[in-house]
Design a protein around this ligand. Structure first.
Ligand code: SF4
Ligand code: SF4
Length: 484
């Protein structure tokens, strides 16, 4: 029986030895010591567009805490005081279910997006990549120069130049970390509070000041020292790639069909290498520039790897190489494994369809829940441990506790309760409550009903809640009567 010859794809990607690179990460040597990555500065079409997208996102990130809608911040996640504002709309802990659905929707969206477009989020939107590659790395290139200059500087002895360059770099790194820390704090406690912490005496805001120092220290540690390790060993999204990606996902991929066998060519020998009777050579000239620009230190020609953050640097550098050797661009490009290996057209897989349906249902449910979200939420419950009271021969009363939560940034001067479906009366103890912006009010009241109206021990009753004369919601509670 004749043995089937392994295909080019198999020979490159299913050989155990070829897969050996997956047994370790490229940033740690055999002794377990960290290999510091000095990526060459990338240039090109994708790098330019990523720069533009990054700067727009940075403006949004740093500007958003200062945006106000009707006096409310545009976005606030004050976990400490349980105050949440999204798009200028306050949300209370009573809206927790909306957050849960929003989180589930977001997770499904990320899964679907990853199944279809791979790790594109990491390269274009992730704050870690944006800060690392477009802020900190740019500072580093500006002060220390490109990869080789950085290597040389690190290996050099501590003279005046090295001391000066390193000091300036780390001072700037810390300065940017402080700005990032303050911005993140603004999303938690609000920009007004952060400005107070910065401008008022330290002893007035000791807690906030310490939080600021801790945040700044963490960001400095992440961007000055941890760097790509965050993507490789800390980020849970990165570690999920193995289960999210399939052979139809679009990733930054090396076209091994076109590129192999790799052949080193010299510039002035290009013409003779390409003669008709020369053996077939792949388009990859094995210049290793794609490895040198990679911020996570991998060789994309080995195939899709967990470490790839889709930063596109290898696409740009390889395109520049292809231009130089007069071959078509796109040897490394956004594409799926199946398209490259089998020349198949991209298809919408059942997995993608299933995720899309779930996503649409969740988005629909979220929109429904948000549009039917009441602006005031009321809870009326019988006071625990109390029985009914006899008012006169024909009437009984129950004592209730009520709580009204204002989920808007409007103020309500008067909250009123009206009994419906029963003849009776609601007697508030004290004044009618008012509600400040995102405020809440609580109190007690008696509800008096006619004895003849009661069915037995447990009688469902309904109360309408009016805020400044406007019907806000209808609340159900129970009235306790004698056993019949
Ligand atoms: S940059 Fe392109 S040509 Fe150079 S080694 Fe990488 S894939 Fe091959
Ligand atoms: S393999 Fe390419 S896209 Fe992936 S991280 Fe390295 S340079 Fe960026």
């Amino acid at each position: 029986m004749s043995q089937q010859k392994p295909s080019l794809v198999d020979s490159i990607f299913q050989d155990d030895e070829q897969e050996a690179f997956r047994d370790h990460i490229g940033t740690v040597d055999s002794a377990g010591k960290r290999i510091w990555i000095y990526p060459k500065k990338p240039e090109g079409f994708f790098t330019r567009w990523r720069d533009i997208v990054s700067y727009v996102l940075l403006i949004v990130l740093f500007g958003m805490p200062f945006i106000r809608i009707a006096g409310e911040p545009f976005f606030l996640l004050n976990i400490l005081e349980r105050r949440f504002v999204l798009f200028g709309q306050p949300f209370t802990p009573q809206d927790f279910h909306l957050f849960v659905f929003a989180m589930i929707t977001m997770i499904v969206f990320i899964i679907l997006f990853t199944v279809v477009f791979g790790r594109i989020f990491c390269g274009w939107i992730c704050p870690q990549t944006i800060f690392m590659e477009n802020v900190f790395r740019k500072i580093e290139y500006w002060i220390e120069g490109d990869a080789n200059a950085q290597r040389k500087l690190n290996a050099a002895s501590w003279d005046g130049t090295k001391l000066w360059k390193k000091s300036i770099k780390y001072i700037l790194f810390y300065g940017v970390s402080v700005i990032i820390a303050n911005t993140f704090l603004s999303y938690i406690i609000g920009s007004d509070e952060v400005i107070k912490i910065i401008t008022e005496p330290v002893q007035m805001h000791m807690g906030g000041f310490i939080a600021m120092l801790i945040f700044s220290g963490v960001f400095y540690f992440v961007f000055a020292y941890m760097r790509e390790q965050v993507c490789l060993v800390v980020c849970p999204y990165g570690r999920l790639q193995g289960v999210l990606l399939d052979r139809d996902s679009i990733v930054v991929a090396y076209d091994f069909v076109r590129g192999e066998p790799r052949t080193r060519i010299k510039k002035n020998k290009l013409a003779e290498t390409l003669t008709e009777d020369a053996p077939k050579i792949g388009d990859c000239i094995d210049c290793k520039l794609c490895v040198q620009v990679c911020p996570t230190g991998i060789d994309i020609r080995n195939g899709t790897q967990l470490e790839c953050i889709n930063c596109t640097a290898c696409i740009d550098v390889c395109d520049a190489v292809m231009d130089k050797v007069d071959r078509p661009r796109g040897l490394i490009r956004y594409d799926s494994y199946n398209t490259i290996a089998e020349g198949k057209k991209r298809r919408f897989t059942p997995r993608m369809a299933a995720y899309s349906i779930v996503l649409l249902l969740l988005v629909g449910l979220e929109i429904f829940l948000i549009s039917y979200r009441s602006s005031v939420e009321t809870l009326i419950l019988r006071t625990p441990g109390m029985l009914y009271q006899k008012v006169d021969e024909n009437h009984l009363s129950n004592l209730y506790n009520y709580e009204v939560v204002n989920k808007t940034n409007r103020e309500y001067q008067k909250i009123e309760f009206k009994l419906i479906e029963h003849d009776g009366e609601i007697k508030l103890i004290g004044k009618e409550p008012n509600l400040g912006k995102s405020g809440q009010a609580s109190g007690s009241s008696f509800i008096v009903l006619e004895k003849d109206d009661l069915q037995g021990q447990k009688n469902p009753i309904y109360v309408e809640v009016y805020a400044d004369g406007e019907l806000i919601e209808k609340v159900k509670t129970n009235f306790m009567g004698p056993i019949k």
